[in-house]
Design a protein around this ligand. Structure first.
Ligand code: GLU
Length: 416
């Protein structure tokens, strides 16, 4: 999944750079470089054939100086503890950069959900909560969906936690179905938040989005909603889309809804009748205005980065760009909206969901959208100002802001 790149080392290298710039005290640096706590669990699951299979799972809690740990759970066959560590670290920065009162955490289970029945998935989801429930909670650690987990899985997990505690506790997990305490607007929040940052970036770069072309790499929740919203909110033309099996291209534009329907019916976006097939590699190098990387990590490397022709790279995925690629893109003047800013809309609406659950008072969709737009726009402008002031990339600027905020909280709490 992460190729040769160790994602956790990559996140530590990013912190090293920031620590140098901010002159971080060694004790602060030592706390931030490692997760505060991590759980490794074994989850026995009765499979449909009657056999019991034991799955390995993790929950990593990176930092909770600013509030309870927060972050998604991934179900992936190639999940590793280092990937989860890196993602937990990025959650700390993500929550800090959009200024919501959470720290960072992440969970993962090594499994292939594409090969599991719904019953098996439910038993695995409940088993995972049985294994970690004492370490999570509405004021401790609040999980959410991520790669290959969805609202139904969150619903099962919330139910399992509530049963263990003896009463209904919807605020323990976010990204749930709306009927059981989910928030309106959570479904497309990651993409919508990303689109708000693209709108701000385009203003800054003087790009007219109504005539802009877009390529979307990855067509899960974030990618498909980003394609739909880029077309419907700003009138951009989606010319290329890919998923793990390959990509499609039509310079006249693609209808993202039709492509999604095709993916649901055939299992992939490829072989769509109104487009030619392209490889994932080709898609990344197309001459488009905006490239949304919404798949898995480390797809932009030092090999392909020199050939990226997009003006804006919007990182809807976590960790799609290696540090080497990042330098190339910056050097070539590609404007990168870094992952933990670009995709922070998901956790921001998770925060709104948590607030609504705690209050047992639910907002209408319009209110969610408005508050999300406010949060994303403010975060983007703060990062942009920092990047212009210091003449550094948006990623480094975002790291500087996030690390500064977390450090301040740690100092005020008297940790260092
Ligand atoms: N998994 C999403 C992320 O990486 C959302 C996390 C959340 O809502 O807690 O940001």
């Amino acid at each position: 999944m992460s190729g040769n790149q160790n994602l956790f080392e990559m996140s530590q290298a990013q912190l090293d750079e920031v620590a140098g710039i901010l002159n971080l005290e060694p004790s602060i640096y030592a706390i931030l470089r490692e997760p505060m706590r991590e759980l490794h669990v074994s989850i026995p699951v009765k499979m449909d054939d009657g056999q019991t299979k034991v799955f390995k799972g993790f929950r990593v809690q990176h930092n909770n100086a600013r509030g309870p740990f927060k972050g998604g759970i991934r179900f992936h066959p190639e999940e590793t503890i280092d990937v989860v560590r890196a993602l937990a670290t990025w959650m700390t920065w993500k929550c800090a950069v959009v200024d919501i009162p959470f720290g960072g955490g992440k969970g993962g289970v090594i499994c292939n959900p594409k090969e599991m029945s719904s019953g098996e998935l439910e038993r695995l989801s409940r088993g995972y909560i049985d294994a970690i429930w004492e370490f999570i909670g509405p004021d401790r650690d609040i999980p959410a969906p991520d790669v290959y987990t969805d609202p139904q899985i969150m619903g099962w997990m919330m139910d399992e936690y509530s049963k263990l505690r003896g009463y209904y506790i919807p605020e323990v997990i976010t990204g749930k179905p709306v009927a059981i305490g989910g928030s309106l607007g959570r479904d497309d929040a990651t993409a919508r938040g990303g689109v708000y940052t693209i709108i701000e970036a385009a203003k800054h770069l003087d790009i007219d989005l109504s005539t802009a072309t877009v390529a979307v790499q990855g067509y899960g929740n974030a990618g498909s909603n980003a394609a739909i919203l880029m077309r419907e909110l700003v009138g951009a033309k989606i010319v290329a889309i890919s998923d793990s099996k390959g990509g499609i291209y039509n310079k006249q534009g693609l209808d993202p809804h039709q492509v999604l329907q095709h993916k649901i019916e055939t299992g992939s976006v490829t072989n769509f009748s109104q487009a030619e097939n392209v490889s994932n590699g080709e898609l990344l190098e197309l001459s488009v205005d905006i490239l949304c990387s919404a798949g898995l990590e480390t797809v932009l490397t030092e090999k392909n980065a020199p050939r990226v022709r997009a003006k804006i790279v919007a990182e809807l995925a976590n960790g799609p760009t290696t540090p080497e690629a990042d330098k190339v893109l910056y050097h070539n003047g590609v404007f990168v909206i870094p992952d933990f800013l670009c995709n922070a809309g998901g956790v921001t609406v998770s925060y709104f969901e948590w607030v609504q659950c705690l209050n047992r008072y639910y907002w209408d969709e319009e209110e969610v959208h408005q508050r999300l737009e406010q949060k994303m726009t403010k975060a983007f402008q703060t990062v942009l100002a920092e990047s212009l002031k210091r003449k550094v990339s948006m990623r480094l600027a975002a790291h500087i802001i996030a690390v500064t905020r977390v450090t301040e909280a740690m100092k005020l709490r008297g940790w260092v």
